[in-house]
Unconditional design. Structure first.
Ligand code: NDP
Ligand code: OXD
Length: 303
């Protein structure tokens, strides 16, 4: 039985060391496997073009939290898909969402613009209790983000496909009602056919005038032209984006230099290889024991 690791080799060495301790009877290969038929588990960011060689494959395990980079419909039917669950991911997302939310709440894009223009002009600080924050996606990251924001006193809401209960958070399944009460929108949805382009002109129009947006889901969820139009008309007043489509944006794209935009290069979270390896080891142990596999994705739902 063997594991094939197909991502960054330096991180792979960390995985290999953890496997040598935890699962010494399983061969661990980085880059290629001498015997494709021995490979039961592939750890990767993208699906290798020669996946069909691994005819005894049981699980394909993402090195990231998202699995939208896999064409789930094209994978062999019996292969399970596992997303990365390591504690550093929600922790880093808490840091990022706090940073971005406070930056928008406290008008940082406007003040950065003033600094560049040599302008010293104080605006009015809105109390947190008057800034209604709403999170799209109430999975591990949406919930972690809400927990991090709670101490600041923002009125909090969340939106997901299924009805949820989170202490101190108004949870909605009705998107219209959720958007109408949201001054600062945070998107932490997985990319699926249902969420592709969800952040579009129609959605922006349903937010209160001058709302703010933090987007750390996936670039293809955002209609970039609609965002620019909404910023230019004032329907949205500012945004923090961690994800775009494509990544990076082409040079000269208006989002690089838009004064109401803070852009970061998809750095909200980075999988830590040590803890990532522990998650994969737990998933493989569960697979071997016939137990529920942590992080197993519902392939028909797409997340
Ligand atoms: P989860 O699978 O844990 O949660 C997904 C949530 O989204 C669930 O609450 C789900 O609803 C909701 N959802 C999915 N589809 C819909 C829909 N069509 N309508 C309404 N709600 C929907 O995902 P995570 O929290 O772990 O991660 C979310 C995404 O964040 C990842 O898929 C990835 O794209 C992105 N990400 C970005 C990173 C970055 O660095 N920028 C880092 C890591 C992840 P329900 O509960 O009802 O099923
Ligand atoms: C992930 C990401 O999916 O970094 O882990 O976006």
């Amino acid at each position: 039985m063997a594991v094939l690791y197909l991502s960054d080799p330096e991180r792979g060495a960390v995985f290999r060391a953890a496997f040598a301790v935890a699962l010494p009877h399983i061969a661990f290969h980085i880059g290629n496997a001498p015997d494709p038929l021995a490979v039961r588990w592939v750890i990767t960011w993208t699906v290798p073009t020669d996946l069909a060689r691994y005819r005894n494959l049981q699980l394909i395990i993402s090195v990231g939290a998202g699995v939208d980079q896999f064409d789930l419909a094209a994978l062999p039917p019996g292969v399970g898909v596992v997303r990365m669950l390591e504690p550093g991911i929600p922790q880093q997302m808490q840091e990022y969402i706090t940073l971005a939310t406070l930056a928008l709440h406290r008008d940082l894009p406007a003040y950065l613009g003033q600094q560049r223009a040599g302008v010293w002009k104080a605006g009015r600080n809105l109390p947190a209790a008057e800034r209604r924050v709403g999170v799209m996606g109430l999975g591990q990251l949406g919930r972690a983000a809400l927990a991090a924001l709670r101490p600041f006193g923002f009125p909090l809401a969340g939106w997901a496909r299924s009805a949820q209960q989170i202490e101190g958070v108004d949870c909605f399944t009705d998107l219209d009602v959720f958007l109408a009460r949201t001054d600062l929108l945070i998107c932490l949805l997985p990319l699926t056919p249902e969420t592709e382009n969800i952040l579009d002109a129609k959605l922006f129009a349903r937010l209160p005038h001058g709302a703010r947006l933090v987007h750390a889901g996936r670039g293809r969820q955002l209609d970039h032209d609609a965002l620019i139009a909404a910023l230019n008309t004032g329907q949205l007043s500012a945004t923090v984006l961690d994800v775009t489509a494509p990544e990076p944006l082409p040079q000269g794209h208006p989002l690089w230099s838009h004064p109401q935009v803070i852009l970061t290069p998809h750095i909200a979270c980075q999988t830590r290889p040590g803890d990532g390896a522990l998650h994969v080891i737990a998933a493989i142990r569960a697979d071997l024991a016939g137990d529920a596999i942590p992080g197993l994705v519902d392939r028909t739902r797409g997340y």
